[in-house]
Ligand binder design. Structure first.
Ligand SMILES: Cc1cc2nc3c(=O)[nH]c(=O)nc-3n(C[C@H](O)[C@H](O)[C@H](O)COP(=O)(O)O)c2cc1C
Length: 302
């Protein structure tokens, strides 16, 4: 077996294929299809300080080559995650990224303190959710807010901190630089692109929240471009995501600059999607006699 391990901020992932927050819950259902310990890491559903039911339905609709969602961070809350979900994830051998979304700056810090005492491997700051009334993307579009949250979380935990960036910005490189200067260990991107669909008969938005976040293959070229922009801007490792459905997509994202990739919406269409990518990626590396570090950032630009 080819060695596909990658290192992110001192944490060894057995391969560069992780699964994206909100598209895998806590892995329980997927673990019935294949052992989720075969993945590089699992990013939890976005956790909030208190449990949330999310937005009213309809909150998901298909689009050409993608989907638009406004789930709005439905989750059991950080305490129940630590009590019930994390023990399961660790018991089955998963490397766990806890994805957190504070309503306020201090809520991010409070959650990081709680997670510091647990077996969570890394903490991912979701400063990029487009579907919540407070926090979320409002933080992720401002260099100052990203910097403030990152440095406060940095002081609240010794765990590696990943900052997950929004594509809904003028310069993703500027936001990545702000996260790096404030002490982030890794950058993940992209979260969903803010979008909208309208029912032409009722003239009402299809989603009850009016707007939603676009994901899936439709966003892949945007994600590749943004990973390349961030790779050029910072020295931190990058977890690249947005529309990955095949091992070829994963390789392309790595060439753009990603050390690891994350598979999101594809899991919703095919429960084996991420597992198939792990296996096909192993074949790719073996056949070409390469290892992950040979391709990360190996883009040759014109
Ligand atoms: C239904 C759904 C729920 C999501 N929930 C979260 C979340 O809780 N936290 C987060 O950081 N990102 C969330 N995302 C964004 C994904 O993690 C990912 O960044 C995005 O969908 C792009 O990847 P993809 O095109 O492979 O899905 C969600 C995406 C979808 C489709």
């Amino acid at each position: 077996m080819v060695d596909m391990s990658v290192n992110i901020a001192g944490v060894t992932l057995k391969n560069p294929v992780t699964v994206a927050s909100g598209c895998f819950a806590f892995g329980r259902e997927y673990n019935e299809f294949y052992p989720i310990s075969e993945l590089g890491a699992v990013s939890s559903k976005g956790l909030t300080y208190q449990k949330r039911l999310g937005n009213d339905a309809p909150r998901i609709t298909e689009t050409p080559m993608g989907l638009l969602n406004s789930v709005g961070l439905q989750n059991p809350g950080i305490e129940d995650f630590v009590k019930y979900e994390l023990p399961f994830m660790k018991e089955v051998g998963a490397t766990v990224i806890a994805n957190i979304a504070g309503k306020t700056v201090s809520e991010f810090a409070k959650m990081a303190e709680i997670l510091d005492e647990t077996e969570v491997d890394m903490i991912e700051l979701n400063v990029s959710c487009p579907n919540v009334a407070s926090g979320g993307m409002a933080f992720g579009v401002s260099c100052d807010a990203v910097s403030e949250i990152t440095s406060l979380v940095r002081k609240s935990t010794k765990k590696p901190v990943i900052v997950k960036l929004s594509p809904n910005v003028t310069s993703v490189a500027d936001i990545a630089r702000a996260a790096e200067s404030a002490g982030a260990d890794c950058i993940s991107l992209i979260n969903t692109l803010l979008g909208m669909r309208i029912n032409i008969n009722t003239r009402r938005p299809i989603l009850k929240n009016n707007t939603g976040g676009l994901s899936g293959p439709a966003v892949f070229p945007v994600a590749v471009r943004m990973v390349r922009d961030v790779y050029k801007a910072v020295k931190l490792p990058i977890i690249g995501m947005g529309g990955i459905t095949t091992a070829e997509d994963a390789v392309e994202m790595m060439i753009a600059g990603a050390t690891a990739v994350s598979v999101g919406s594809a899991n919703l269409a095919d429960p084996y999607a991420a597992y198939s990518i792990v296996n096909e990626l192993a074949e790719y590396f073996e056949k070409n006699n390469l290892k992950p570090s040979d391709i990360t950032g190996s883009l040759i630009e014109y």
